[in-house]
Design a binder for this molecule. Structure first.
Ligand SMILES: [Zn+2]
Length: 99
């Protein structure tokens, strides 16, 4: 009976697999940590409101999705920002509660 010579599943470097899955970046805003992921645009017709400028964020345009890094509210507490607005977030004051 031949020896098994399979590669172990965990031979794939963790960092590489995380990069491929689009692991979110951790950034700060309003004194909190947030996880941020750039998205290419949603396929749905749903439009969002950007918390930075209070303007509509039409579906289908690239933007960033942001949610609290501490997990409070979970994935349902995501916010959709214009990429420019998130980049300039320190120059903007939230119009309402951050979350
Ligand atoms: Zn905006």
């Amino acid at each position: 009976m031949p020896r098994a010579n399979r590669r172990r599943r965990d031979d794939v470097p963790l960092e590489r697999s995380r990069a491929l899955s689009g692991a979110p970046a951790r950034q700060t805003y309003a004194g909190r940590d947030w996880l941020v992921r750039a998205v290419a645009g949603t396929a749905t017709d749903r439009a969002y409101r950007c918390p930075g400028c209070e303007q509509d964020l039409p579906a289908g345009i690239p933007h960033v999705v942001v949610w609290p890094a501490d997990g409070v509210g979970g994935i349902d507490d995501r916010r959709h920002w214009h990429t420019q607005c998130w980049s300039a977030r320190d120059r903007r004051r939230p119009h309402g509660p951050v979350r």
